[in-house]
Design a protein around this ligand. Structure first.
Ligand SMILES: *[C@@H]1O[C@H](CO)[C@@H](O)[C@H](O)[C@H]1NC(C)=O
Ligand SMILES: *[C@@H]1O[C@H](CO)[C@@H](O)[C@H](O)[C@H]1NC(C)=O
Ligand SMILES: *[C@@H]1O[C@H](CO)[C@@H](O)[C@H](O)[C@H]1NC(C)=O
Length: 496
């Protein structure tokens, strides 16, 4: 053999590894089905007989009565038995937005499953409108603009998603959305700032380290193993008012919502150049959503939203002359400091595809200094994120449970790591669950379709149940992924 060829051996091996790593076949249709199936594993309340994730039984049936309302149902937002109205509403908005933009591309059966998943939480939301299941009903004196604003957005978006399938349901959702919005706007403020103080729940749920805890509704079922204090940044409630108004404007075509945006957008700083989109920050989502109106010249005075949406896209393009850039891991995953990184990847991926669609419909493009960006580039960027999550990454690992050859086995999820009541009829008392929590065995119940918090900034993932940030799945990670997968299942664009 030519010694030069031998010398180059490591190089050839590298190329080979690259080719192999990049040639795994990804079945987007399968991933789409699973991403929707996941929501059945998160169901709270009475489980219907057609439930497909069978290890999940009835739970939290005691919610509500002391409060003169029925608060059974809805979704647990993650791996602990907690239902948070705020994140559930955002999840619902994202599932509905997925159907609005990409529902027509879904196989009929999956469209039906997605509508069922949306209805499961939308039905809960018009009923709910409360913070603490036992005490804090939204009362006129308790501002909760961010929660009520997000509920308004969720119900309005759901009303659009259902319009052609169930007009009667769609109308009733719109009415409820409008009520939620009026409430949100009448008493400005955040529930995490006011309710906590008012009801004296400090210090248990209150500020430390410059963070403020948020109130979550708790369910203590027999699987309860430990108590958490949920911390997050002090909530900004302003963006949800514009977000809610934007969805109501789309759903109702009532001029007053567009006027509200035109009049209040600047004061509420919703059009700000904040390059984030998640359950607590709607800015990039608002900017993309309202850019459609600008691109179609349907409303005046919204140009700043389009400018901010463009700026947001430019931060994702490393070679752009943008003043700041969003980071990527060496393996190519969008990375932000903080909890559960894949929430950023899935929600930004969704926005990339939505913006690509809007730009395409209006033959638009984005100017990022020296780089001009069109829909095709946005889709390639989105595909890279989707492919990473499904297994094209340095670890060759799928971050969707039950998908691919290698996926997380020890997710932080009580329903998944504690034996099902169907296999273990005796009650598992409080604390007894820690045997399972501490065990190094794989979880007995596979939560098919769950996308976990994901790897850290060096693409590493340890598959450790105690590492909540990485190993816990949440409904708000999966919801935008449903829309992205619907797109690629229908249009598996090729690049490389
Ligand atoms: C992809 O998955 C779908 C749904 O699970 C299945 O029906 C189809 O046969 C799969 N396609 C290939 C090429 O394996
Ligand atoms: C709900 O309210 C009750 C009564 O004030 C309080 O004891 C409990 O800690 C609250 N729960 C949460 C999760 O805030
Ligand atoms: C589980 O691990 C924790 C922390 O290491 C320990 O305190 C606890 O005793 C363990 N529980 C069981 C049942 O092994």
């Amino acid at each position: 053999m030519n010694p030069l060829l031998l010398l180059l051996l490591p190089f050839w091996l590298l190329i080979l590894q690259f080719v192999v790593c990049n040639s795994i076949y990804l079945n987007y249709t399968e991933a789409l089905s699973k991403s929707i199936l996941f929501f059945e594993g998160q169901r709270s309340g009475y489980i219907p007989s057609n439930q497909r994730i069978t290890w999940r039984g009835n739970s939290a049936l005691g919610d509500g009565p002391g409060f003169f309302s029925d608060l059974r149902g809805g979704y647990y937002n993650g791996g602990d038995n907690v239902k948070s109205t705020y994140t559930m509403a955002f999840t619902t908005t994202m599932l509905a937005w997925s159907v609005i933009e990409f529902g027509e591309m879904m196989p009929k059966e999956e469209l039906r499953n997605t509508l069922v998943a949306i209805r499961w939480s939308a039905d809960y939301l018009p009923e709910d409108m409360d913070m603490n299941r036992t005490v804090y009903k939204l009362q006129a004196i308790d501002p909760a603009s961010e929660v009520a604003g997000e509920v308004a957005a969720a119900l309005a978006a759901t009303s659009i998603a259902f319009r052609s399938f169930d007009p009667y349901y769609s109308d009733s959702l719109l009415k409820a959305a409008s009520g939620a919005f009026d409430y949100a706007d009448l008493y400005h403020g955040s529930y995490s700032e006011t309710v906590l103080i008012k009801y004296g729940v400090c210090p248990y749920y209150c500020a430390f380290d410059g963070y403020q805890a948020s109130i979550y509704s708790h369910t203590h079922t027999h699987t309860h193993t430990h108590t958490h204090t949920y911390k997050r940044m002090v909530t900004h409630w302003q963006d949800e008012l514009i977000w809610g108004a934007a969805w109501l404007s789309k759903a109702s075509k009532d001029e007053r919502y567009m006027e509200y945006i035109q009049k209040n957008g600047d004061t509420l700083a919703a059009n700000e150049n904040i390059n984030e989109f998640g359950w607590d920050k709607k800015h990039a989502g608002i900017n993309v959503l309202l850019s459609k109106e600008v691109l179609e010249r349907k409303a005046y005075g919204l140009d700043s939203y389009k400018t901010s949406a463009d700026n947001f896209i430019c931060t994702l393009i490393p070679e752009s002359s943008s003043s700041s850039h969003i980071a990527y891991t060496p393996g190519g995953l969008i990375y932000r400091e903080g909890e559960k990184n894949l929430q950023h990847s899935t929600s930004i991926t969704f926005l990339l595809l939505v913006y690509a669609k809007y730009l395409k419909q209006s033959s638009g493009s984005i100017n990022c200094g020296s780089v001009r960006v069109g829909p095709a580039k946005l889709r390639v960027m989105a595909k890279r994120q989707v492919d990473y999550i499904l297994g094209k990454n340095p670890k060759g690992m799928s971050y969707m449970v039950g998908y691919g050859r290698k996926y997380p086995q020890r997710i932080h999820h009580r329903g998944s790591f504690i034996p099902s009541i169907k296999d273990h009829p005796q009650v598992i008392k409080c604390k007894e669950g820690s045997i399972y929590f501490n065990s190094s065995n794989p979880n007995p119940n596979i939560l098919i379709g769950a996308v976990v918090g994901g790897p850290q900034k060096d693409d590493e993932y340890e598959d450790d149940r105690t590492d909540i940030s990485k190993s816990e799945p949440t409904t708000y990670i999966n919801a935008p992924f449903v829309g992205a997968l619907a797109f690629f299942a229908a249009k598996p664009i090729h690049h490389n």
